[in-house]
Every structure is written in structure tokens, then in C-alpha cells.
Design a protein around this ligand. Structure first.
Ligand SMILES: Nc1nc2c(c(=O)[nH]1)N[C@H]1C(S)=C(S)[C@@H](COP(=O)(O)OP(=O)(O)OC[C@H]3O[C@@H](n4cnc5c(=O)[nH]c(N)nc54)[C@H](O)[C@@H]3O)O[C@H]1N2
Ligand SMILES: Nc1nc2c(c(=O)[nH]1)N[C@H]1C(S)=C(S)[C@@H](COP(=O)(O)OP(=O)(O)OC[C@H]3O[C@@H](n4cnc5c(=O)[nH]c(N)nc54)[C@H](O)[C@@H]3O)O[C@H]1N2
Ligand code: SF4
Ligand SMILES: [Mo]
Length: 885
């Protein structure tokens, strides 16, 4: 019987609705046409969700010290170790490190257990690395962590300022909503993109400001002063509803155009154009993300932006407002339950005695709640390293790859006497150091709620039964709580009971005093919860949903004690590390279109590996020339903390002096590409968020003795090479390789990759040229191919991958290039329709195409999910440019 189930995408904070069709074992996904985040559309990651549901690599049974065990033994051990540590060293000797990828219900019970029952605030989350500067900025300005606007504002605005956000790749459906509005509204909203590098998002921009890394505060101080000079103050709003303006303005006055130009490195005419655009458009939304948050001045960057919106009264109205877009699917839900070490449940404050009493009473906690904030992520791992944390439970995050100073974090786990990890996959760089592994339910199995960037709560629903012995995260936490002696407070039988409790707490003694209120759902039953449609908060009890405002602060009522918004004086501070002779480059890190974080889930999808199959360092051509780095050569980046070895990608899109490296590759997929190892553990003093976008590094060209490319059916268990990167390909794996010392015997090496015993090897050798190729076959089936050369191997990758997936002759594959009448499609730009870069370039040239629509008509590219349209735009632009020189 075919069943249709509505659920929510588990990737970015856009929170798109997904309609799954379940037919026995077969599950397919499509966009939920009725979901107000995406109205039926999905980006490439969302539409490949059915490809990441395989059980290969899943953690399906509890494990203790590497050995499979049963739940009772694992849970007893966790409870006992935590109890022992608390008894011997006090509650602050234990900690939880959790994640914005937990459901609200999981997060709620984790926080309740630590703050309410263990009696410590040592619970922090990977949101510290992600949203905490926004949380801090919101709280300073609004008195609450409130995202005021909604997605419609992006369509209704006349101007969108996208700063520190690669929306085209990181929130593709929001980007598409903007792109579509521009088509329908004759180019409105205009878009300004502020980013030190040119990205796919820049393709849509009317103006791209390639500012110096970390200089946003100066730029927005200059904007505040420009608004003042243009008399754009909303005087009534400012007078009635804000305080602290004069000090903020006094600071802004120091920022003349010349000074801003000098600090940001931007040409004065571009600055003037930017300021004039903002002055001219009252309907202005400023969207910001990690280029703002992940900074040692992150909270100040946020407040510098908020100041400009408060000044012009551009908040709480249709088509305007500051908009912090959240990264993880439940970043917002985690904030709602108070998952950060300095927050309390239901948007209450840990440093507020009345709030502590309220929550403590509500939970019936055995002792007063801790009044001292817990350790924030970076400090928490320092405490594990120096022995203060003796038992640590990590849930749904991979800190050995994502925290700054990642090698130190790995050492911290090695030193910590007791580490527990709850995960959905078995092998991760973090799990390798856990004493206990607990198998959690994954997307498509778990059951609960998430909140997206516009405060909309949607259900994730199970599509199939739990595989193996995996359990819901909330249940695992409650199982441990019960064994620690707190059975009654954690006796939930269904996630709806947790959600109802959370909703009741949000309404307790609230009456409009706090922003977060979903008490309309305080009495929700399991059946109602099953049917729950997406809704936006606030949703207080006793009021009709339609009477609720869609936006906060239209009424000018903020959540500070005097209910006024605060202007915050922000002074410009450069990133903590300044490039010097030893470390002359600023290292910028971020995301790619088709991968999700540490690739534990997306890394296994063939479709998602076709876009970019290997880690790289993108650097400016002038820097590359100076370093002697050649296209497709290797480059080593390093500093006192660590080192990575990456493929060089040379591109005008980088500023001189900046290098960009994607965050995704781990020891599971590459030899040496964990870029977080190079990030200094420097944090914003207000938010505690690390500066993940501005480390300083040395760069060096590396001249390998050999390069190689291989195709294998099985994933090799071990690869003996200085450089390698593995990716899925139809029919097996593709591997990029390079070595520093000459290969003693290429044939032996190739066989070690293929992992097959006896097979027929068709080989080509040119010992003088240092080249070798072979194709392995058995009983007519090709099992592997290997191409070695002293320079980057000229194999037509996309063509070879296709030939490897189809029945083909060893000799044809050995050539490494398509036959004369065929063409290598090139790296896949459109993975939905399977269109490569060469196919698009040929079409542009041969058919004289001049628009993305024409290219779509001719090749199909861009007609699937649409995530690739900005890249097609860029190919078109480059081709046009090439034609004029
Ligand atoms: N495909 C994909 N999408 C994702 C994710 C993923 O892993 N893959 N992860 C999700 C998560 S958790 C998050 S937090 C979001 C992140 O979404 P984004 O914040 O959009 O993504 P990033 O690539 O981390 O960084 C954004 C941009 O900040 C720029 N930047 C660096 N330094 C500065 C600076 O000083 N000033 C300014 N103005 N810009 C700067 C970088 O060049 C980069 O282009 O993405 C979410 N969506
Ligand atoms: N240098 C640098 N570092 C960064 C960033 C950057 O831009 N640059 N970005 C930072 C940001 S914004 C973020 S959000 C983090 C992300 O960093 P992480 O949170 O470390 O990355 P993920 O790969 O998402 O890790 C999630 C883990 O949880 C597992 N998992 C997935 N679903 C579930 C589930 O339902 N239950 C359980 N128990 N486990 C599950 C996955 O298999 C995976 O191991 O990285 C941060 N680190
Ligand atoms: S935009 Fe984000 S939430 Fe929507 S389908 Fe893509 S990854 Fe999923
Ligand atoms: Mo994030």
C-alpha cells in the first residue's frame, strides 16, 4: 500500500516541507506543495534525501569500547559513570555537548536533565559555533532572542542586503524565492552581496562588495552615519521605542567614507552606491549568516546591523527587517528550549532568579537550578582536555571535525576518562574516541518537531520502522535519566508529551512578558500532534492563530525591562589574528552546494558527490603565481595548530591574500583535509562564538612525485598516499591521489586499491615518462581502473565514471578519454538532469545561447531543483567575457 507522509527536510534552517511517498521499502521524496517555507520546491540536497537512507555505515547497535553490546549494559554504564563522577567531583564534572540537529523534544529533555536534575549548566551545543553571536546580538538589542521577520519579507522587500551569507548554496530555496520575486517584480528586490569572496550568491547581486575579511562593523557604522546624514531616522519610533541612540551615533560619526573605505578596502564609489541604495529603500531586509556570526566581533557585527534597522524604523513591517538565517534544521528549536550553556528553557535567562525559580518549580527540580552559566563549547573541550570534565556525552555533532583547534579537541577526547557519543553512523572522527556509542534514529525514522528561521514549527515524521536497535534521542536521554534516579520526571511515552510540556512551560507566567509562547499547544494530544500542521510562533493559549502578528516589534514593544530596544555602541575590531610574514594568508572556511557538514550523511549519496568530489583550497591567481602553485597542483596550508594538504583551485573569485577551504572533508573521506584543525580557538567575548572565518595560515606549493585517479567497486580499507580523497560514484568509488615519494610498484599499489584477488589486468606502462595505467577485470566485468602520471592526471573524470558504471571494454576505459565521436560531459553542474560543465559550454558556443532559459531549453540544465542556476549564470557570464577579449 502506498502511503503519503508529510515531514520536514533535515538539512538547512529554511525548513522545507517534504512529502514522502512510502511504498513498502521504497521511499521517494518531493516538495510539500502546501508548506509555507517552500511551496513544493526542494533544493538538490532535499531532493536527494531518498539517497541517504541506506543502512550501510549506520550505527545500529550500542557499542562499549568497540564491542557490540545490549542497551541495558550501555545505559547502565553511562548512568553509573555520570553518577560516580557527580558523587566524587560534583555536577560540574560532567557535560553534554549537543546539536541543532536534534529535534526539539530531544533537546528539551537533554537540557532538563542537565540543568534541572544533574544541577549543572554544562550543556552547550554546536549552535555556539553557528548562531550564538546572533542570539547575543538579539538579546542585547531586543532583550530577547527574537528573529522578527518572516520569509515573505524577502519577496516584499525592495532591497535585500545579503552579508556573510552564501544563500544560493546554503539556503537555496530562500535564494530561489528571491530570484523568483525579481523575475515577477521587474528586478525587485535589488540585491547587494557583501562577502570577501565572489560566490554563487554574488551572481544574482546588483552590487557585490568584496570587503576585507572581518570589516563588517566598519561598513555598517558608515551606513548608520550615512542614514543620519540623509535624515532617515524614524524619529517617532526611535523616541518612543528605543534607547542609547546618541552614543551609537557618536561612534558612527567617526566613520567617514574615507575611513570606511580604508578599513574595508572597498572603493568609495561602491560604498556610496551601497549607502545610497539603503537610504533610498525603506523596504530593506538585511540577511546575514556565518560571515557575520563566526567572528571575534560577531555580536558587534550583529548589533551594527540591528542599529541601522532600529534607526530607520525598518523592523516589524512587511518587507523590512534584520534577518538572521539559521543554519541547522533545528537551530531555532534549540534556542527555544535553552540548549546554550547561558540560557534557560523557553527563552528564559539563567541569570534571572525569577526565571530560575519558575523553571525549577515547573520541573519540580530536586534543587535550585544552577545560577552560574555552564562552559561554552570551546571552554568545555578545554575543560575536558585539562581533566575538569570527567564524563562527556556528545549528541548529534562531530566536534573532532567542527570545533576550532580540532586536533586539540581530538586530544581532549583521548584524555577524557569517559566519552559517550549518540550518532546515526558508526564511523566518524569523533566516534573513534568514544567509549560508548549509542545508536540514534535518523531522519525518516525520528518523530518530533523542528523550528525554522522564520519561527515556524513543523513536524518531522517517521517514514519507516527503527532499523536495528536504534532509538530516538529523547528516549535514550530519558533511559539514562531514569537510571540516574530521575524516572518520574522523565517518564514520557511519546514525543507529544514532551512537546506539550515544553508548550506549557512557554506559557507559564508569560502573558506577553516573553517572546516565546506556544501555549496554544499545551494540551496537545498524541493524535493532534500527529496531525500538527506547520505553525509560526507566537501561539499563546486562548488566542486565534489568525489574530497573531506575523512579525515581532511592529508595536514597538521589545523585551528589555523598559520594553525599549537598545542601540549598542559597536567599535570596529579587526580579526584576532593579523596576517604576517610567517602566516601571510587569511583562511576563510565555509560550505559547498551539495554537501552537509562532515558528510556523514551526504557523503554516501552518488548524486551529491558529482558536483565537487574533492577538498580544495581556492586562491587568487596572483598569490598562486607567487607561491608557484599550479592549477590542479597541491597546496599545503599550515600554522602552529595543524596542517592540511589540498588540491589547488586558482580563481579570480578570491581576494588576494585570502584562501577559501570547504569544511566538509574529514579523515573518513580524505587523507588530510580537516580544516578546523587550523582555526584558532579565539571567540567573540560576548557570545563565545569562534572565529571560524579568519584564521591565518602559511601556504606552500607541494610538488608530488606522482598524481593518480582511480575507480574501484569497493571502498578501499586503507590508502597509503600523502594525498587522497574518496567520493561515491555510480558503481563504486572514485579516488584522487598523489604521493610525495615515487611509487615502487604502481601495479601493486593499484591492486591494493581495487581490493580484489586474482583478476586480469590490462596495463599500459611508460616508465621513462613515469606513467602507468591499468584496468582490472574479472569474468568480463570491470573491477577497477587506475591512472598514474607525474603531473595532474588528464583523465576525463565524468566520462570515466559513466563508463565505469556501464558495461564497457577495458581498452576503452584505459584510454581515459572518450572516443573521438563522444565528448566528456565534465563536472556535473546540474545533478538533477545530469548535465556537465562541458555540455553547457558547448551549447553556449555552438548555439550562441545568451540566457539561462535558453541553456535550460537546450540542455535541460537548471530545470530540476534549480540549485545550479547561479552557476549556469556564471558560465554564461564567463563565456561572454571570454568572447570580448
Ligand atoms: N549546502 C549546505 N548548506 C548548508 C549547510 C551545509 O553544510 N551545506 N550548513 C547549514 C548551516 S549549519 C549553516 S550555519 C549555514 C551557513 O550558511 P552561510 O553562512 O551562508 O555559509 P558559509 O559558507 O559558512 O559562509 C557564508 C559566507 O561568509 C563569507 N565570509 C567570510 N568572512 C566574512 C566576513 O568577514 N564578512 C562577510 N560579510 N562575509 C564573510 C564567506 O566567504 C562565505 O561565502 O548553511 C546551512 N546550509
Ligand atoms: N572551520 C569551520 N568550522 C565550522 C564551521 C565553519 O563554517 N567553519 N561551521 C560551524 C557550524 S555553523 C556548524 S552548525 C557546525 C556543524 O558541525 P557538526 O555538528 O559537527 O557537523 P555534522 O556533520 O552535521 O555532525 C552531526 C553528527 O550527528 C550525526 N547525526 C545526524 N542526525 C542525527 C540524529 O538524529 N541523532 C544523532 N544522535 N546523531 C545524528 C551525524 O551522523 C554527524 O556525526 O560546524 C561548525 N564548524
Ligand atoms: S533549502 Fe534547506 S530545508 Fe530546503 S530542501 Fe534544501 S536543504 Fe532542505
Ligand atoms: Mo551552522
Amino acid at each position: 500500500m502506498t502511503q503519503t507522509i508529510n515531514t520536514t527536510c533535515p538539512y538547512c534552517g529554511t525548513g522545507c516541507g517534504v512529502t514522502a511517498t512510502v511504498d513498502g521499502e521504497r521511499i521517494s521524496v518531493a516538495g510539500d506543495a502546501d508548506h509555507p517555507a517552500n511551496f513544493g520546491r526542494l533544493c538538490v540536497k532535499g531532493s536527494a534525501l531518498d539517497q541517504v537512507m541506506g543502512l550501510e555505515g549506520r550505527l545500529l547497535h550500542p557499542r562499549v569500547n568497540g564491542r557490540r553490546t545490549n542497551w541495558d549494559e550501555a545505559l547502565d554504564l553511562v548512568a553509573q559513570k555520570f553518577r560516580d563522577s557527580i558523587a566524587a567531583h560534583g555536577p560540574d564534572s560532567v557535560a553534554f555537548y549537543v546539536s541543532g540537529q536534534l529535534l526539539t523534544e530531544d533537546y528539551y529533555v537533554a537540557n532538563k536533565l542537565m540543568k534541572g536534575f544533574i544541577g549543572s549548566a554544562n550543556i552547550d551545543t554546536n549552535s555556539r559555533l553557528c548562531m550564538s553571536s546572533s542570539v547575543a546580538g538579539h538579546k542585547r538589542a531586543f532583550g530577547s532572542d527574537t528573529v522578527p521577520g518572516c520569509y515573505e519579507d524577502l519577496e516584499q522587500a525592495d532591497l535585500i542586503v545579503l552579508t556573510g551569507s552564501n544563500l544560493a548554496w546554503c539556503h537555496p530555496i530562500l535564494f530561489q524565492r528571491i530570484a523568483r520575486a525579481r523575475e515577477q517584480r521587474g528586478g525587485r528586490p535589488l540585491v547587494v552581496n557583501i562577502d570577501p569572496r565572489r560566490t554563487a550568491t554574488s551572481e544574482i547581486a546588483d552590487l557585490h562588495l568584496q570587503l576585507a575579511p572581518g570589516s563588517d562593523v566598519a561598513l555598517f557604522l558608515g551606513l548608520l552615519d550615512a542614514l543620519r546624514r540623509a535624515r532617515k531616522a524614524d524619529k517617532t519610533f526611535v523616541k518612543r521605542h528605543t534607547e542609547g541612540l546618541s552614543d551609537a551615533l557618536a561612534e558612527a560619526r567617526q566613520w567617514t567614507l574615507a575611513r570606511v573605505a580604508e578599513t574595508t578596502g572597498l572603493p568609495p564609489h561602491d560604498l556610496r552606491r551601497f549607502y545610497d541604495l539603503v537610504i533610498a529603500h525603506d523596504k530593506c531586509v538585511t540577511v546575514y549568516s556565518q560571515g557575520v556570526n563566526q567572528s571575534s566581533a560577531g555580536a558587534d557585527k550583529v548589533n551594527a546591523i540591528l542599529n541601522t534597522h532600529l534607526y530607520a524604523g525598518r523592523i516589524g513591517k512587511p518587507g523590512c527587517g534584520p534577518f538572521s538565517v539559521t543554519g541547522q534544521p533545528n537551530a531555532m528549536g534549540g534556542r527555544e528550549v535553552g540548549g546554550l550553556a547561558n540560557m534557560l528553557a523557553a527563552h528564559m535567562d539563567l541569570d534571572n532568579a525569577a526565571h530560575r525559580a519558575l523553571v525549577g518549580d515547573f520541573w519540580n527540580a530536586p534543587a535550585p537550578l544552577p545560577d552560574k552559566p555552564g562552559l561554552k563549547a570551546v571552554d568545555l573541550f578545554k575543560a575536558a582536555h585539562d581533566g575538569r570534565i570527567k564524563a562527556l556525552w556528545i549528541m548529534a555533532t562531530n566536534p573532532v571535525d567542527s570545533l576550532p583547534d580540532a586536533d586539540f579537541v581530538r586530544d581532549a577526547l583521548k584524555k577524557c576518562p569517559f566519552v559517550v557519543a549518540s550518532d546515526v553512523v558508526e564511523k566518524t572522527d569523533t566516534n573513534a574516541h568514544a567509549h560508548v556509542l549509542l545508536p540514534a534514529l535518523a531522519w525518516g525514522e525520528k518523530d518530533g518537531t523542528v523550528t525554522n528561521s522564520e519561527r515556524r514549527i513543523s513536524r518531522q515524521r517517521p517514514l519507516r520502522a527503527a532499523p536495528g536497535e536504534a532509538r530516538a534521542d529523547w528516549r535514550i536521554i530519558c533511559d539514562v535519566a531514569a537510571r540516574m534516579g530521575f524516572r518520574d520526571a522523565f517518564a514520557y511515552k511519546h514525543p507529544s508529551e514532551i512537546f506539550a510540556e515544553h508548550a506549557r512551560l512557554s506559557g507559564a507566567k508569560n502573558g506577553g512578558a516573553r517572546d516565546f509562547d506556544i501555549s496554544a499547544h499545551a494540551e496537545i494530544s498524541a493524535a493532534q500532534y500527529d496531525r500538527l500542521a506547520p505553525f509560526q510562533w507566537p501561539a499563546p493559549a486562548g488566542e486565534a492563530p489568525d489574530d497573531q502578528p506575523k512579525r515581532f516589534f511592529a508595536d514597538g514593544k521589545f523585551f528589555t525591562p523598559g520594553r525599549k530596544a537598545r542601540f549598542i555602541v559597536t567599535s570596529f575590531r579587526a580579526p584576532a589574528a593579523t596576517p604576517d610574514a610567517q602566516h601571510p594568508f587569511v583562511l576563510n572556511t565555509g560550505r559547498l552546494r551539495d554537501q552537509w557538514h562532515t558528510m556523514t550523511r551526504t557523503g554516501d549519496a552518488e548524486k551529491l558527490a558529482q558536483h565537487i568530489a574533492e577538498p580544495f583550497a581556492e586562491l587568487n591567481p596572483l598569490d598562486a603565481a607567487r607561491l608557484g602553485v599550479e592549477a590542479a597542483g597541491l597546496v599545503r596550508l599550515g600554522n602552529a595548530r595543524g596542517e592540511v594538504l589540498l588540491r589547488a583551485q586558482i580563481s579570480e573569485r578570491q581576494r588576494q591574500g585570502s584562501i577559501f577551504v570547504p569544511i566538509h572533508w574529514t579523515d573518513q573521506f580524505a587523507a588530510n583535509a580537516r580544516v578546523a584543525a587550523l582555526i584558532a580557538p579565539v571567540v567573540d567575548p560576548v557570545s563565545g562564538q569562534p572565529e571560524s572565518k579568519a584564521a591565518t595560515v602559511a601556504a606552500q606549493a607541494v610538488a608530488p612525485a606522482w598524481f593518480a585517479f582511480a575507480l574501484t567497486r569497493e571502498k578501499p580499507a586503507h590508502i597509503d598516499a600523502a594525498y587522497w580523497a574518496l567520493a561515491r560514484t555510480p558503481g563504486g568509488w572514485r579516488i584522487e591521489l598523489a604521493g610525495l615519494a615515487p611509487l615502487a610498484d604502481p601495479e601493486v599499489f593499484a591492486r591494493s586499491l581495487f581490493c580484489v584477488g586474482d583478476c586480469e589486468l590490462t596495463a599500459l606502462r611508460d616508465e621513462r615518462a613515469g606513467a602507468f595505467r591499468c584496468v582490472a577485470a574479472k569474468d568480463g566485468e570491470i573491477l577497477g581502473a587506475f591512472y598514474l602520471a607525474p603531473e595532474p592526471v588528464a583523465v576525463a573524470r565524468a566520462w570515466a565514471c559513466e563508463a565505469f558504471a556501464a558495461p564497457s571494454a577495458p581498452l576503452a576505459l584505459l584510454a581515459g578519454q572518450p572516443p573521438r565521436d563522444a565528448r566528456d560531459p565534465g563536472r556535473k553542474i546540474c545533478v538533477c538532469l545530469n548535465v556537465g560543465v562541458n555540455t553547457i559550454l558547448d551549447a553556449i558556443r555552438d548555439k550562441s545561447l545568451i540566457s539561462v532559459e535558453q541553456i535550460s531549453d537546450a540542455t535541460g540544465a537548471g530545470t530540476g531543483c534549480g540549485s545550479c542556476r547561479p552557476e549556469i549564470e556564471r558560465l554564461l557570464h564567463n563565456a561572454a567575457q571570454a568572447a570580448t577579449v
